[in-house]
Every structure is written in structure tokens, then in C-alpha cells.
Write a protein that binds this ligand. Sequence first.
Ligand code: TRH
Length: 363
Amino acid sequence: MASMQLHWDIFCRVIDNYGDIGVCWRLARQLANEHGKQVRLWLDDLNSLQPLCPAIDVFQAEQHCLGVEIIHWTEHAAVDRVGEVIIEAFACELPDRYLKVMSQTTPKPCWINLEYLTAETWAEDCHGMASPHPSLPLIKYFFFPGFSSSSGGVLRERGLMAECGKVLVNLSRDDALDISLFCYDTAPVGELLEVLAQSTIPVRLHVAPGKPLTAVIAHLGGSGPWQRGQLSVLPFDFLPQADFDRLLWRCDINFVRGEDSFVRAQWATHPFVWQIYQQDDDTHFVKLNAFLERYTQGLSASSANATVNLFKAWNSGGNIGQAWASFLGVKAEIAEHNRRWAAQLAENPDLANALVKFCAAKV
Ligand code: TRH
């Protein structure tokens, strides 16, 4: 059955930053490379993909890269055919012309709305739910990524854990602490820098370009690199996605954000601190708490408290100094816990695999 669904179209509209395309690009490659699907990625903003994948040409309306056909999704993009599976990423709304062709196609394609990742239990209840189109003979299914077997899982390429494991085993260690920093401009970066500058051991802080670096410059001035006591602050250029993953593998602690880097930090298994994407009315705190509740299960009370306190301080301002000291104190236990957490997550089907199975069952 699954082999009948050869053509997959993924639609991605970039709202901001890199998470929307980060997720869609990984998914598209995995479907093509591991599942033999012919994938077209309809993307409205090629400039957002280029830093993640420098091989693409932002001026090409259509191109192939790493097994995926990339179509610049403009208002006038022609619809020659539709996929047997259509992924509408993050409710980006398919073009009317495309919907019309879908509705005239027999058999009807499998239409998925890929939702944002959340640990909230309501998402498990809604995972896989059908929503008939109000006027066309089409059904859209809601697909919720998540952290349990009742959800759609998270992205994990075949061999990822083994590859990461190999790097971890061969890491050459000195007594310095390597920390990566990828966050929004609302994070208390200045406070963190002050705390790290008091460190009694060498710290190398690897700062991502964009918002993280802007926040660092606002605090330290100049353009870096900077040295403050034992702290070296080292800006890096935007890395291709696979290299960014490796940076997370190599660092001892990762500050990550949004959705995709957040998941990657979990595969890296090192202690991490997550800055969640802010939503109106502070609804993101519900999402943050839901994750913390799941993730801290199995940690000792002191390590769970240290994790919760640092995540909360990082997301809503708080005493970073105290929270950081407690977190560092239980770093080894958190690392051990993260290895178990990643192994447990890897027992669930990965998102691409779960999607392929889900869609095959809808034929
Ligand atoms: O960039 P993000 O904040 O993305 C998002 C978007 O804001 C989106 O609208 C929102 O809904 C979502 O978060 C929750 O963070 P994220 O998800 O971590 O995506 C960043 C991507 O950029 C990820 O794929 C990793 C990649 N990246 C690189 O490839 N190289 C780099 O050097 C860096 C810093 C990131």
C-alpha cells in the first residue's frame, strides 16, 4: 500500500526564524532518502532555507537538492499535479488552485496538517483526527508530533543515534565547559554572561548569529570574540543544519529554542536549556510546563528542581545565578537522565515513519 503513495508534496510557509523550514527540510529529506518518496517541497521563502542548506539557489523557481525537489511557492506557481500525500505544515493553508485539483483527483490524496510539537496531553487526543473540508470532498487529518507513543513522534533519521554516539565516544575533552547559545532576544543573556564570567573553570560560549549574538553584543559591546575572566565568548557563523547538529553533540550544555533545535538537543543527550517560542497570552508557559512534567520524570527531586528553575528563569526572567549554580551541580545526573530520555523517545516511531504508516492506512 505504502509504495502507492510515491508522490509527496510538503507545503511550508515561513512565519519567522528557521523552525518552520528546519522541520520541513528534515522531513522532506528523510521521506526521500529513507522511504524512497518523490518529495516536492513548496516553500514560500527560499532565503530561509539557504543558510541551512547553502547548496540551494535562491533565484531558482524549481531545483533539486539532496533528493528533494524544491519549488518556490509563489502566488502564481503552476499546479501540474498533486501528490498522493500532501503535508500542510503548521496550518499554512494550501493554495485554492491546488485544493481544487486535489478535490478532482481520484483516489483522493491523503491530506495532513502537520502541527507544532507539544507535550500537552490534549494533542495526543487530537492526533490523527479527521476534519472534512466544508465544501470540497476532501478530508484533512491532524498529525501531532509529540513525546509519547500516542503522538506522531519527533524527527529522527535512521542511524542518528549511532552517529551521535560515535562522536560522543571520540570527543577529546579538556577541563573547559563548551556551551552553545541559540535563543531569542528576550532571554536574559546579559545575566547569563555575568554568571559565566564568574566561572572558576574555563567556559567557551559558542554564540549563534542573529538574535543570540545581538543580545550578546548589546551586553558586551564591540563585535567579539570576547574574554571575561575564564569565559570566552565565541560567535559562530550560521552552520548548515547537519553541522549545527554536530555542534550540539560536541557541547557540554546546549541552550536551544523553538522546536527543531529543541529536539536536536534531546538527541544530543547533553544537558540543555530550552527557550520556548513565545505566544500571545503566555500560552507557551502551559506548553513549557507540559514538557517539563514529562521530561523530569525519573530525575531526583533536586535535579528536577534545578531543571525546572533554570528553564523558568531562562524563559521568564528570574535568578539565573542561583538556578545556573544548582543546574551545574547536578549536570552529571541530568546527562545520565538525558541518555535514558533519548533512548525512551527512540522507542517511539520517528515522525517520518509514523507519517508514512498513518497515510498508508488512509488509502
Ligand atoms: O528558529 P526558531 O526559533 O524557529 C521557530 C520559528 O520561530 C517558528 O515560527 C516557530 O513556530 C517555531 O520555532 C516553534 O527555532 P528552531 O525551531 O530551533 O529552528 C532553528 C533551525 O535552524 C533548526 O533547524 C536548526 C537550524 N540552525 C542551523 O541549521 N544552523 C545554525 O547555525 C543555527 C543557529 C540553527
